[in-house]
Design a protein around this ligand. Structure first.
Ligand code: NAD
Length: 264
């Protein structure tokens, strides 16, 4: 299927590795020019070098996307589209796991800033231009924890649910939906990335079990019998960005190998 995305511009946050990289790669395969953002210079440059092999323009911005200066660096990167992106994939690192009794106001503000307010700022900066140009796709990478909360990830459960509520409203406005601008959330279940390794480490420390045991037990609980790959995740993201997906907005898509047990 030709997704109809050749020559479009995408912004992908947290793209030096993991799910963000998977999304950037799938979009570049479809002929999309991509601005990739991550804080770390070396990993980011390695990701950019890999993506450039696919033949589109790849611009790497080393910045913290959760700050105003970081976002300014994205809008002003030389050779980029300014704020005129066709596709925006919002993504940054998830908040740390822990016990809510130990989280102070600062910990909460940090989580809300990264996983709720940053996507909202990126949406605010780009969607009206998308509506004027009659094409726009926003994908927010959130978490399966929005549907099935994970006890040690309370900061994530809370901050991402706030974003989900906001998106449910704004995606359904006529100004956006009526002008071919869609906003959808992708809720990863368990994908084999550094982030997953961090949550496994926390679980191992909490329970005293080995990392191999934790991985084995978790994989056995997933009907698919395995963790997902960033490549699979990226392919779903690219489809949601496609011209064919224009009638789908305000949705929460849960790629999780069948782990979530509900009908809806
Ligand atoms: P990852 O740790 O493998 O990659 C995160 C990427 O984001 C890296 O490129 C990192 O450099 C970048 N990043 C982090 N903070 C940033 C910031 N402030 N500004 C710019 N870049 C930043 O993580 P992942 O597994 O790809 O996860 C992506 C998101 O999905 C995270 O928010 C994570 O919590 C969430 N998630 C992941 C899973 C999973 O199974 N992997 C499950 C549920 C939710």
């Amino acid at each position: 299927m030709d997704l109809g995305l050749k020559g479009k511009w995408a912004l992908v946050g947290g793209a030096s590795k993991g799910l963000g990289f998977g999304c950037a790669q799938s979009l570049a395969r479809e002929g999309v020019n991509v601005v990739i953002v991550a804080r770390g210079g070396e990993a980011l440059e390695a990701a950019a070098t890999e993506l450039r092999k696919l033949g589109t323009t790849i611009l790497a911005v080393a910045a913290d996307i959760t700050t105003e200066q970081g976002r300014e660096a994205i809008w002003t990167v030389a050779g980029g589209p300014g704020k005129n992106f066709d596709i925006v994939v919002t993504n940054a690192g998830g908040p740390p796991p822990g016990d809510f009794r130990t989280w102070d106001r600062e910990a909460w503000i940090k989580a809300v800033d990264a996983n709720m307010l940053t996507p909202i700022e990126l949406i605010k900066a780009t969607v009206d231009g998308m509506a004027d140009r009659k094409f726009g796709r926003i994908i927010n990478i959130t978490s399966s924890a929005v549907k099935a909360p994970i006890d040690i990830l309370g900061l994530s459960n809370g901050a991402r649910s706030g974003l989900t509520g906001f998106v449910a409203g704004v995606a359904r406005t006529q100004k956006l939906a009526g002008n071919n601008v869609t906003i959808n959330n992708l809720l990863p279940g368990k994908f084999d990335t550094d982030r997953l390794a961090t949550t496994h480490k926390a679980a191992a420390e909490k329970t005293g079990k080995s990392l191999a045991d934790i991985r084995g037990v978790q994989q056995a609980q997933i009907p698919a019998g395995r963790f997902g790959t960033p490549d699979e995740f990226g392919a779903i993201c690219a489809f949601l960005c496609s011209v064919q997906a224009g009638y789908m907005t305000g949705q929460n898509i849960l790629p999780d190998g069948g782990l979530y047990p509900g009908t809806f």
